[in-house]
Design a binder for this molecule. Structure first.
Ligand code: NAD
Length: 363
């Protein structure tokens, strides 16, 4: 098994170092190879996704990704911006299903912006389609408006598109994931206004007939945004398109207290995947040693479960994370009165210690 390790920019290197440390202590047989991606790759090789990095990612069974981006690259031509590396990896690896679990750890319920009783025990999974929608549809661009409300005015436009196979495959992923959970899928759309999402709803309903054991609901995106803050625990698996998924998964992330706690996985049809924290490169805290590494460590656990077929090792990491939270250790983003504030490295060390202590106790 081979893991491509792509730390990237900002806090990327700091948090990935901790996840690598945790992976090493598990004593599993895999090879890890590191490469540049994002702004650092642009600085060193003239491109955010150099050929050698892409080759490594394609050859690997899984990619462990930190984060990319920095304000200093904002003036670059779009194709050279760090964020293009993620889009390039998604496209070249055929990653179409983005898994974003939103779990509220018992020890962190007070860190949520919602009342503890609304989020205690929260465990939902948002599945976002990654290849279609308004992000990639052609035509797009700027022009002089030929018609509409302001003919002759300058305008910009994008195209929302979904093909049947694109919807079918993400729907299967959602129903299969729900089978391993509480057997409920909520498909989020805007079928009342958009043709694309009426089609989405029709296709998801058809696919759902193959999963009679899973309950399927449909919800408009505006209502879903509201329900996520009103009664988040009413969801189990949420499946939606690229743009609605982008927004709703960040909303769900905040329910859990900190974006620093949330892992994510993006998978292709053969379960090869890219695993990364849900947050970005946090240039405001980069280099200070205070970033929360738990989202990246939990992403490594998802990698072991989904791409490397090591569910027990994944369980060990997740249980070690719960242990360190129970010990009262907190990075600054999740710190509260009565808990002990630790830095990035100390948090990684504590997870490693929790894993090794359990291993020693067991044997
Ligand atoms: P961000 O997620 O990097 O940061 C948002 C806020 O959350 C900041 O205050 C930051 O300090 C905090 N934060 C994020 N991760 C944290 C962690 N692990 N521990 C503690 N605090 C944490 O989002 P942003 O500031 O909007 O974007 C910064 C850069 O990251 C931009 O260049 C953006 O394009 C890029 N970005 C990259 C990715 C990615 O690599 N997948 C995703 C989102 C944003």
């Amino acid at each position: 098994m081979k893991i491509a390790v792509l730390p990237g920019d900002g806090i990327g290197t700091e948090i990935v170092d901790e996840a690598v440390k945790v992976l090493k202590v598990l004593d599993l047989k895999f090879e890890m190879e590191t490469a540049d991606v994002g702004g650092v790759a642009y600085d060193r090789h003239g491109h955010p996704l150099p050929e050698a990095t892409l080759k490594l990612a394609k050859e690997a069974d899984a990619v462990l990704f930190g984060a990319v981006g920095d304000w200093k690259y904002d003036q670059l031509e779009r194709k050279f911006r760090p964020e293009q590396a993620i889009l390039g990896l998604r496209k070249n690896l055929g990653l179409f299903a983005n898994f974003r679990p939103a779990i509220c750890y018992e020890q962190l319920t007070h860190a949520s912006s919602l009342k503890p009783e609304l989020v205690a025990g929260l465990d939902i999974l948002i599945i976002r389609e990654l290849t279609g929608d308004i992000y990639f549809g052609q035509p797009r661009g700027r022009r002089t408006s030929p018609d509409g409300n302001f003919p002759g005015a300058e305008e910009a436009f994008d195209t929302m598109r979904y093909a049947r196979p694109e919807i079918e495959r993400i729907a299967h992923v959602a129903f299969q994931a729900a089978r391993k959970r509480n057997k409920k899928v909520t498909s989020v759309d805007k079928a009342n206004v958009l043709e694309t999402f009426q089609f989405w709803k029709d296709v998801v309903t058809e696919v759902g007939q193959q999963y009679p054991d899973v309950k399927l609901d449909h919800m408009y995106v505006d209502n879903a945004a509201m329900q996520l803050v009103k009664s988040p625990k009413s969801f189990d698996v949420v499946v939606t398109g690229n743009m609605f998924g982008d927004i709703l998964s960040d909303e769900a992330a905040m329910l859990t207290g900190s974006i620093g706690m949330l892992p994510s996985a993006s998978l292709n049809a053969s379960n090869q995947g890219l695993y990364e924290p849900s947050h970005g490169s946090a240039p405001d805290i980069a280099g200070k040693g205070i970033a929360n590494p738990l989202a990246t460590i939990l992403s490594a656990a998802m990698m072991l479960r989904f791409s490397l077929n090591q569910p027990q090792a994944a369980d060990r990491i997740e249980s070690a994370v719960k242990d360190v939270l129970s010990q009262g250790l907190r990075t600054a983003d999740i710190w509260s009165e009565g808990t002990r504030k630790v830095g990035t490295r100390e948090m990684g060390d504590a997870v490693v210690a929790a894993i090794t202590t359990k291993t020693i106790t067991k044997s």
